[in-house]
Design a protein around this ligand. Structure first.
Ligand code: ADP
Length: 298
């Protein structure tokens, strides 16, 4: 069983000919609404790929929150543990996009900021009954630390996708089974500029030195680099025509967990994740672009 702990946002996207300047009104746009948030994206990715996934998150007692849960359920995601917070609005990202794809984004984290350590403590039974736990950093760091403490107490494997990146205490790093930064996040965490397999290796060595068991650095179209208990390897990404790389990393993480939950060796699980992520970048959007199990050939 997989448990994903993290954010749920409603993305409100308005595409128009140009981005408005302060005080300016631009008309003639086209509006789209999507479910987003890294937590939800990773949970949905895993559920669409056939994983048995529970989602621990917080949304507001509002229409966006209800809509989000209904949509997640259509993917088979267990939303029983999503907490409805009557004191905050569901997280929202307002995204303005112009005809060149240039964007301007403003986020109100809303209920995501209210997912607190006490909510993690209240979910101890859920944590105890899970095998693998996946988290990101769009909810308070104290919450993720509380999660790592409980995961450690119950000897559960916790995987952290450190996005958006921030300084992480060593006592958190020491409790992680895996950390899965992209190039930018790995650079921030280690001070080593990661832009190649060699530099990824150096960054991974630093993270291993800080106590993480396994490090998996994603390198965009160049694939990923792994260092840890099962040795080291570079996994190339399948060559595809990229349309929209939004949530490539989220799809990769969700897929990786599904394969780990099936007991696959790390190299197999990473190949599966690479294929799922490659499919997602050939299509527009985040959750809607993620593949179902039958679309992945391994
Ligand atoms: P993030 O989306 O977090 O920035 P990356 O850009 O590193 O993360 O992408 C995560 C994974 O998605 C990569 O390791 C790779 O497997 C896959 N991926 C990303 N971009 C492409 C691409 N253009 N072609 C094929 N696979 C890709």
């Amino acid at each position: 069983k997989i448990l994903v702990v993290g954010s749920s946002n409603t993305d409100l996207v308005l595409r128009s000919s140009k981005l408005p300047k302060p005080g300016e009104t631009v008309t003639g746009g086209q509006f789209f609404q999507f479910q987003g948030g890294k937590g939800a994206n990773q949970a949905v990715a895993a559920a669409k790929l056939g994983g048995q996934v529970s989602f621990l998150a917080k949304v507001g007692d509002d229409a966006f929150g209800k809509q989000a849960l209904a949509e997640y359920q259509t993917y088979g995601l267990d939303t029983k543990h999503v907490i409805i917070d009557s004191t905050a609005a569901t997280g929202v990202a307002l995204i303005l996009v112009d005809e060149n794809g240039e964007n301007s984004i403003s986020v109100a984290s809303g209920a995501n900021a209210n997912l607190l350590p006490e909510d993690i403590l209240a979910a101890e039974e859920l944590i105890r009954s899970s095998d693998l736990i996946l988290a990101q950093l769009e909810t308070p760091l104290s919450t993720i630390e509380a999660l790592s403490d409980l995961a450690f107490k119950h000897q559960k494997k916790m995987i952290l996708n450190p996005a958006p990146v921030m300084d992480l205490p060593q006592k958190l790093l020491q409790k992680l089974y895996f950390i899965t930064p992209n190039e930018h996040e790995a650079s921030y965490l280690t001070g080593e500029k990661v832009d190649s397999i060699d530099t990824a290796k150096r960054a991974a060595e630093i993270l291993i030195g800080q106590g993480v068991k396994n490090v998996l650095i994603t390198l965009g179209a160049s694939g990923s680099y792994y260092l840890g208990e099962e040795g080291e390897f570079h996994t190339p990404a399948p060559k595809v025509k990229a349309m929209d790389t939004t949530a490539a990393g989220d799809t990769f993480n969700g897929a990786f967990l599904v394969s780990l939950a099936e007991g696959k060796a790390f190299d197999e699980a990473i190949k599966f994740a690479s294929q799922a992520a490659a499919i997602s970048v050939t299509r527009m959007g985040a959750q809607v672009s993620q593949p179902f199990r039958k679309e992945v050939s391994i």
